[in-house]
Design a protein. Structure first.
Length: 253
């Protein structure tokens, strides 16, 4: 096995922390951990450790924003504590988007292993520190409607729980480069009536790139703007709600 010596992990956190070295230690209050090359496929022959340590008196809470690996053989092992010798929380593979895991202390260790055959998109995992005896609740609110970060995740309200009825959310994505690219990694809405509108510009008067609802074909779920702005509008009606969507966006040239 070979150790990945250089991995670009975009970490969005309350205390911004970029990780590009081999030790893969995460100590911010919260962040997003990507597998190598994400959202492109990870490499074969990976075997590396990621250590998360938050402030004492807190525990580590994970949300799988996106997770797809070779079901049989490429696995993420989650350990409670500092190091792979700690108690096992879980080992996961295949499609696991939307799952949650938590530690019992302020440290958690992740080990990702891939074999020498097939590779997939990998994972994007949000971690956050949570006070002991605090219950995590998903937000029923829309995300901020103006987004200018280089990359990140956009989710429907309450994701991975069902979104509320009668909600309208709008998001303006602005690229720090030339264009905006968005990839929907999880999508499930009421087919007839709860829709996501994607516009090639700064508002709903811009040309329409796509209108999505139901469970669309995942192979056609990446969209790129022609300029530096993309506008997304999500609307649900008064009946029937589903899990909604999770999407990865980034600035591209």
């Amino acid at each position: 096995m070979r150790i990945i010596l250089g991995i670009l992990l975009i970490v969005l956190c309350s205390r911004a922390e970029a990780v590009t070295n081999a030790n893969l230690n995460f100590t911010a209050d919260s962040g997003i951990i990507h597998s190598p090359n994400y959202p492109s496929n990870y490499d074969n022959g990976l075997n590396f450790v990621m250590s998360i340590k938050v402030e004492p008196g807190n525990y580590v809470f994970l949300t799988f924003l996106d997770f797809e690996t070779e079901d049989c053989c490429d696995r993420l092992y989650i350990f409670d504590g500092d190091g792979v010798g700690g108690p096992s929380i879980a080992n996961v593979s295949g499609i696991q988007t939307g799952r949650n895991f938590s530690s019992t202390s302020n440290t958690m260790t992740l080990l990702f292993y891939s074999d020498l055959i097939y590779t997939y998109r990998g994972f994007a995992i949000k971690y956050e520190q949570v006070k002991v005896n605090t219950q995590i609740e998903a937000s029923n609110q829309c995300a901020p409607n103006i987004i200018t970060s280089v990359a990140g995740f956009l989710t429907s309200p309450n994701w991975p729980g069902n979104y509320p009825n009668n909600v309208s959310c709008s998001y303006k994505l602005t690229s720090t480069k030339n264009k905006v690219m968005i990839t929907f990694v999880s999508f499930d809405t009421e087919d007839c009536c709860d829709k996501v509108y994607i516009y090639d510009g700064a508002g709903i008067d811009a040309p329409t790139l796509a209108v999505l609802s139901g469970t669309p074909n995942s192979s056609n779920m990446t969209f790129v703007s022609s300029g530096s702005n993309m506008f997304i509008f999500f609307n649900s009606d008064y009946t029937n709600n589903m899990m909604g969507f999770s999407a990865y966006y980034m600035s591209v040239t």
